[in-house]
Design a protein around this ligand. Structure first.
Ligand SMILES: *[C@@H]1O[C@H](CO)[C@@H](O)[C@H](O)[C@H]1NC(C)=O
Ligand SMILES: *[C@@H]1O[C@H](CO)[C@@H](O)[C@H](O)[C@H]1NC(C)=O
Ligand SMILES: *[C@@H]1O[C@H](CO)[C@@H](O)[C@H](O)[C@H]1NC(C)=O
Length: 238
């Protein structure tokens, strides 16, 4: 019996594989753990793939650069646009769930993380009057001697670079993100993600889900409950 239990445990841990690990980027921890003193990205304090120290770079506004990557090459981002950019940076650097969408050949990278349409639309709205000189933030820079990013092309408004929120979400970070068909089985870099994560099965499983699957229904139900609870908490706080 014990042997069976041990074998079963081995199967479970190996099949869940990367799920509870971290990406393998230059700032990532080997595995997620609590970071009580985070300056930013506090959504991930309980289980974080970045060190609290790292988030110091994001804690100031305006953010000038994160590691070698300058955020102000086309001028300072507006506060709302900066806030969205931070959410994406925090997810990539700190989320203990990001590795669920690890890129097979490139373990520092993610692919096709499902984002909510509303999140992408709001992000676009926040940034549309800011300027940018790359369509793909990961590849379209010229790299300086010490690895810093420089514009190759002219700065133009986000609204000229990207047609809409979908276009922006699915191109700004290469193939890292896609816009989900579902309004529940998708991430929006908020506390609601806990619900989505619970019902999102591994990698591309929600590829074909069009809102009729049992995960979708279960997710919607749980999300309504969650929202109700949040509202009640809000009312009590007042
Ligand atoms: C990024 O910053 C971290 C510390 O915050 C450092 O360990 C790492 O080497 C840096 N990477 C690059 C490419 O500068
Ligand atoms: C992944 O890596 C292998 C071996 O290096 C290579 O043959 C393959 O083309 C790569 N696949 C992709 C999608 O990059
Ligand atoms: C967003 O832009 C893309 C690319 O131009 C276009 O194909 C798509 O129809 C647009 N979506 C909406 C909702 O306007």
């Amino acid at each position: 019996m014990l042997r069976f239990v041990v074998a079963l445990f081995a199967v479970i841990t190996s099949s869940s594989g990367k799920k509870y690990g971290c990406l393998e980027g230059d700032t990532h921890k080997p595995k997620p753990s609590r970071e009580p003193n985070m300056h930013e990205c506090t959504l991930y304090s309980k289980s974080s793939c970045c060190y609290a120290d790292f988030t110091g770079q994001l804690a100031r506004s305006p953010v000038i650069k994160v590691n070698n990557s300058y955020w102000n090459r086309c001028g300072q981002l507006s506060k709302p646009c900066e806030d969205f950019t931070k959410k994406i940076e925090c997810f990539y650097r700190c989320s203990p769930h990001a590795a669920r969408w690890i890129r097979p050949n490139s373990t520092a990278a993610i692919q096709f993380v499902p984002l909510c349409q509303s999140f992408c639309d709001d992000w676009y709205e926040a940034c549309k009057d800011d300027s940018i000189c790359v369509r793909n933030w990961l590849t379209d820079w010229e790299w300086g001697q010490s690895g810093e990013n420089r514009c190759k092309n002219k700065c133009i408004p986000y609204s000229k670079m990207y047609a809409n929120g979908t276009d922006m979400c699915q191109n700004m970070w290469g193939e890292s993100f896609k816009v989900s068909q579902s309004s529940c089985l998708c991430l929006q870099m908020s506390k609601k993600d806990a619900v989505a994560i619970k019902y999102l099965r591994s990698e591309s499983s929600e590829e074909s889900s069009s809102g009729s699957s049992s995960e979708e229904r279960a997710c919607q139900k749980k999300l309504s409950k969650f929202e109700k609870l949040q509202r009640e908490k809000g009312e009590n706080a007042r």
